[in-house]
Design a protein around this ligand. Structure first.
Ligand code: MN
Length: 254
């Protein structure tokens, strides 16, 4: 018995020391960027989805359009890789389906929530499309009808911002924070997991979003590391309230 224990101890020592050696080697092998190596930022106009039912929302600004609040590298990775990927995957999944050409909102309402992959890609496409549309602005405050509705619903703009920020901060792990208009035309703040949104079935609050905040780490990690609060403040600095207001007015007129 003792002999067995001795052999096992020796074996673990050998394994441990070989792991240790491997780790050291890996650290040395990591290539350090040469001084002249520069990351180049492309243009959003160069990015195209593969042919299919849905196209990428065109950015009305360049990747540096939200800098320094949201850094150009994050914008490029987010738009040209993550968003593009959701769009291509959604198009692939819908290709040939009879409802392929229906509006995205109708597809989201009818979506089979047990289809995990389609749910992720359809949500990923819709949520990001809205996110791109409502940033790139100068922050500040909403105006006109939306401003008075926010005051009436939340007491003041500052209260709204506080409640929205709390909702975005409270979301555990990846997800989204929303300002939505429900069937009665009321404004509500909510959040969702992963790429779910308030148009889909089985959500805490149902409604049509007019404002979307991506709180996945890929949306802020490069510039803010794990400090989501800093990113939420930055997001408010680049919000395009005019666009959000237009979306609100179009919905309440319906
Ligand atoms: Mn994202």
């Amino acid at each position: 018995m003792r002999k067995v224990v001795f052999i096992i101890s020796c074996l673990s020592l050998i394994i441990l020391s070989s792991c240790h050696k491997k780790k050291l080697t890996e650290v040395v092998e990591v290539p350090l960027p040469a001084k002249e190596e520069k990351m180049t930022i492309g243009s959003p106009d160069e990015v195209k989805a593969e042919p299919g039912a849905f196209e990428l929302v065109k950015l009305p600004y360049k990747y540096d359009g939200c800098a320094p609040n949201i850094d150009p590298m994050t914008m490029e990775l987010h738009y040209s890789r993550i968003y593009l990927n959701y769009t291509n995957n959604l198009n692939k999944a819908l290709a040939g389906a009879e409802n392929e050409s229906e509006p995205i909102e109708d597809l989201l309402k009818k979506l089979d929530m047990t289809d995990v992959e389609l749910r992720n890609n359809m949500g990923g496409y819709y949520n990001h499309s809205l996110y791109w549309e409502i940033i790139g602005g100068k922050g500040g405050k909403p105006a006109d009808t939306l401003a008075s509705s926010i005051d009436k619903t939340f007491g003041s703009f500052d209260n709204f911002k506080k409640q929205f920020t709390a909702s975005a901060n409270k979301q555990i792990g990846s997800g989204w924070a929303w300002l939505v208009v429900n069937k009665k035309g009321e404004l509500l703040i909510t959040s969702s997991n992963n790429n779910d949104n308030p148009i889909m079935k089985h959500q805490l609050i149902s409604g049509t979003p007019i404002l979307a905040l991506d709180v996945w780490e890929h949306a802020y990690y490069l510039n803010n590391q794990n400090k989501r609060g800093k990113y939420i403040d930055a997001f408010f600095n680049v919000l395009n309230w005019k666009k959000v207001g237009e979306k609100y007015e179009a919905l309440i007129k319906k």
